[in-house]
Design a protein around this ligand. Structure first.
Ligand code: IPE
Ligand code: IPE
Ligand code: MG
Length: 249
């Protein structure tokens, strides 16, 4: 276990400050390139990335962040070679098995968003078990985005509203932002305040398109396995310097 890096102080107690994002969302990118640079197979990059996840969970807990959403597998990632998908699912299963106890100790509640029914049965079972086991925990909520695509999420929300309208259960004229948001996977979760992406790519890759409308974005050039607690703290420090206007002045 790597030792925790010191918290940024900003001259005040950060846990008491609104400069701490309530919800951080992360596009964990660059595992494959990290491995390639080392002449290793891509899966070893994914394996190394799992350690960064652990550090991030710990870092968010220490900062007093309430929600952490991690983009772990996109709808489009199903187009990758079968061997990489199988290895990723095996890694996820191991993570769920090994980390469930740790999440209990840390009082972290696990949740998942995405087309979870597309996951292999065994993976899904382990995921459900970990979610169930940690459901009463009250510190950080860790949300894994798995088989997740924002466009599908939005289409499903539209479809469910349309079905209710046809059935006469809802008046189309009364559908507003809040009604729509209540049909998304993230209905119970506040929008991300801070969006982090590693590996230097300047795109959102079908992640939380509705929810990140006003998120502050911080990009790191480094690959995900090189992302440590100090980087998380740096991103939060950068966030605290931003002036969020939400279209106002
Ligand atoms: C992110 O790393 C993890 C997943 C998408 C599952 P990548 O696998 O995308 O690694 P790069 O971006 O190809 O280096
Ligand atoms: C985004 O990374 C998905 C995850 C981090 C799970 P990708 O590597 O799949 O995205 P692109 O292909 O660079 O847009
Ligand atoms: Mg990538």
């Amino acid at each position: 276990m790597k030792s925790a890096s010191p918290l940024p102080s900003f001259g005040r107690d950060m846990s008491e400050s609104s400069s701490i994002p309530r919800h951080i969302a992360i596009i964990m990118d660059g595992n494959g390139r990290w491995a390639k640079e080392r002449g290793k197979p891509r899966i070893s990059g994914h394996r190394a990335g799992a350690e960064s996840v652990r550090e991030c969970v710990e870092g968010c807990k220490q900062l007093g962040v309430e929600f952490l959403t991690l983009y772990a597998f996109s709808s489009e990632n199903w187009n990758r070679p079968a061997a990489e998908i199988t290895a990723l699912m095996a890694l996820l299963e191991r993570f769920l098995e090994e980390k469930a106890g740790e999440l209990m100790e840390q009082n972290v509640r696990l949740q998942a968003i995405g087309h979870l029914e597309r996951l292999p049965v065994r993976t899904r079972r382990k995921l459900d078990k970990a979610i169930e086991r940690t459901s009463g925990n009250t510190s950080l909520t860790l949300i894994l985005a798995l088989s997740y695509g924002a466009r599908e999420e939005i289409v499903e929300a539209a479809r469910s509203l349309a079905a209710d309208a046809v059935a006469g259960k809802i008046d189309p004229a009364k559908i507003d932002n809040a009604t729509f948001a209540s049909r998304l996977y993230t209905a119970e979760i506040p929008d991300p305040d801070l969006l982090i992406r590693t590996s230097g790519e300047l795109r959102v890759s079908n992640f939380l398109l509705w929810q990140i409308s006003y998120a502050e974005i911080v990009i790191f050039k480094k690959f995900w396995p090189d992302f440590h607690q100090a980087d998380l703290n740096e991103a939060v420090e950068e966030y605290s310097r931003r002036h969020r206007r939400f279209g106002g002045l």
